[in-house]
Design a protein around this ligand. Structure first.
Ligand code: 5RP
Length: 224
């Protein structure tokens, strides 16, 4: 598995321009990409990054990648990020690392989005493998949860040390609702609930998906 992640992280370097602004995703696969990119930057590649989480910021800084500030607006040329699940339509579930709110902002600010996964992440319809991560405000989260329960089975994400907090200090509910027939409709319904900050449904937001397989890296193109 680690080998597959390395392979696809390296393949993503071929998707980058010779210079420009690069969105830096979060998660173990995106981390490997950031490390590979750092080596290129140290060798002279003229790129600047926009990190999607505090952990990616720390990693990119250690790797020597110059970063833009958090305010935006940015003109991101290519954003490279991982995913938890990729459907046949190349829609995504993200948020396994609780970073999907920033990840979605950076995704929408990019001219092109490249997603890097191994073959275990592929499904026919979203929700076959993963629940949908939903970031919610801590205030009245029990009430928000009751609304979420009309759309699926929400479960508060908890670690032994307590509830998971996002970089913004919010909570995560993983809402099991799969398999999902219409992810765009579910995304809109979830986002209409007061207290919901962002969902992990990325519908129509991947231009290229690179999939690490035994034989090599398969390149899937949206609409291709
Ligand atoms: C973080 C994400 C990650 O991209 C997703 O969880 C995939 O992570 P990994 O590459 O470790 O499997 O959405 O919020």
């Amino acid at each position: 598995m680690e080998d597959a992640k390395h392979k696809v992280a390296r393949a993503a370097l071929d998707e980058l321009p010779g210079r420009g602004i690069i969105g830096l995703g979060s998660g173990s696969t995106a981390n490997l990409f950031v490390e590979e990119l750092g080596a290129r930057v140290r060798a002279g590649l003229a790129i600047v990054g926009v990190p999607t989480s505090e952990s990616t910021r720390a990693l990119a800084t250690r790797a020597g990648i110059p970063l833009l500030d958090d305010e935006g607006p940015w003109e991101i040329d290519v954003n490279v990020d991982g995913a938890d699940e990729v459907s046949a339509a190349l829609d995504l579930i993200k948020g396994g690392g609780a970073a999907h709110a920033r990840e979605k902002i950076v995704n929408f600010a990019a001219k092109r989005n490249v997603v890097i996964v191994d073959a275990s992440k592929l499904s026919t319809r979203l929700g076959e493998r993963w629940a949908v991560p939903v970031e919610v405000l801590p205030f009245a989260h029990g009430t928000t949860c009751a609304h979420l329960a009309r759309l699926g089975e929400p479960r508060l994400r908890v670690r032994p040390e307590g509830p998971v907090r996002t970089d913004a200090g919010n909570l995560i509910y993983d809402v099991a609702a799969g398999p999902i027939d219409d992810p765009g409709r579910l995304d809109r319904a979830l986002r209409a609930i007061p207290g919901v900050v962002e969902t992990g449904l990325f519908v129509g937001r991947a231009d290229v998906v690179l999939v690490a397989e035994k034989a090599g890296v398969r390149r899937l193109v949206r609409g291709g």
